[in-house]
Design a protein around this ligand. Sequence first.
Ligand code: FAD
Length: 391
Amino acid sequence: MIVHMDFIPTRAAALAQLERFLPHAARYAGQRNFDLGHGNHHGVSWLSPYIRMRLITEEEVTRAVLAKYSARSAEKFLQEIAWRTYWKGWLEMRPEVWTDYRLSLETFHRSDEYQQAIHGKTGIACMDHWVNELSQTGYLHNHARMWFASIWIFTLKLPWQLGADFFLTHLLDADPAVNTLSWRWVAGLHTPGKHYIARASNIEKYTNGRFNPAGQLDEQAKPILLDRNYERRPLVLPNTPKPQGRVGHLMFPEDLAVPPSEIGEIHASAAYLPPDLETSPRVAGFLNQAIYHTLSERQGSQLEGDFTTALEDWIAEEKLDSVVISYLTIGTTKDFISKYALPPNIHTFVRTWDRLLWPHATAGFFKLKTILPKIHTSLAPVRKDDLFPDV
Ligand SMILES: Cc1cc2nc3c(=O)[nH]c(=O)nc-3n(C[C@H](O)[C@H](O)[C@H](O)COP(=O)(O)OP(=O)(O)OC[C@H]3O[C@@H](n4cnc5c(N)ncnc54)[C@H](O)[C@@H]3O)c2cc1C
């Protein structure tokens, strides 16, 4: 039985987790591939549910690492932080990858084999274990996610889209861009012809012998054939606004961080959690609590019910002249909000981190990785007390 590991959905918990992890950041490259089981994921940071909601931002984590280490000694960890940014930027320029994936979900028959897989009854011990670990904790180690996706696609011969959907429902860090594109990467659709094959020997080595599915995996499978060529669209980002008068900050679960300082004074804060995000009760609870705690810290209001009515009421109540929102990246929240016509006094801001890095997500990760040292040099390191005042 897996004991539930609590990710506490607050910024204070995110900062505490970062502080706990920082002494290990330089050893990350050597340890990150080992999945030693639930409760023993000490080689990795466990920061993703926090970064995913921007209870702590990629830039803050990067600055904190650079305040303690040289960019070279923590290079691998700093690069992993940038992978999320890469996937998000890449998807922004190919929105049809997301729309096709979402539409395709309607077309698949949820077969007996699929039911067995999602209920941990495949007979492949590691796979059945990971299904339970994921449903019971909302977290899986990166290597387990790679093995899981590979076994799902190449051994169980199930559609990658249904596996991605299962992850999106159960992961506390469920991120439409990272999840969809990682599944496509494993399938061999991101870099056509290059797929990720889970091998029993690799699983045995990196689970420290906990699992060895020798003879149970298809280790010879061919990559999934490219479904469609997605043309890259230009990345068009709005200029960060300088709103006038009384300004409200409206948040969605994608970004709970405070707005950039150039926005100026914020007079009121609110958040809206779209009702149909199709997550597990555990994930829904995590998102709700994260919003609740964030709003408590900022004396903000949670908007509920019909989105436009709630928004208009809040604007009127707070006598707001304008409202700022963080740029909504491709995904379920954006799909939901796009159904509504937003009032003209809503302004979108783009965080500097995204603005600097997304334009380099045109092709493979290598291009973005190459400019990272330059970005790192441009970031002034934080002093420890700036980031951890109360922890
Ligand atoms: C099939 C598949 C699906 C995935 N789905 C998601 C998802 O929905 N949401 C999600 O946040 N991550 C996803 N990942 C990426 C990765 O597994 C997680 O970000 C990581 O395991 C989170 O745990 P951690 O914070 O302890 O990781 P650490 O290894 O400590 O990494 C630190 C941070 O770097 C970033 N990061 C690390 N690895 C990756 C990666 N491969 N891609 C993008 N960012 C990365 C994350 O922000 C993470 O919090 C997926 C990977 C695979 C193979």
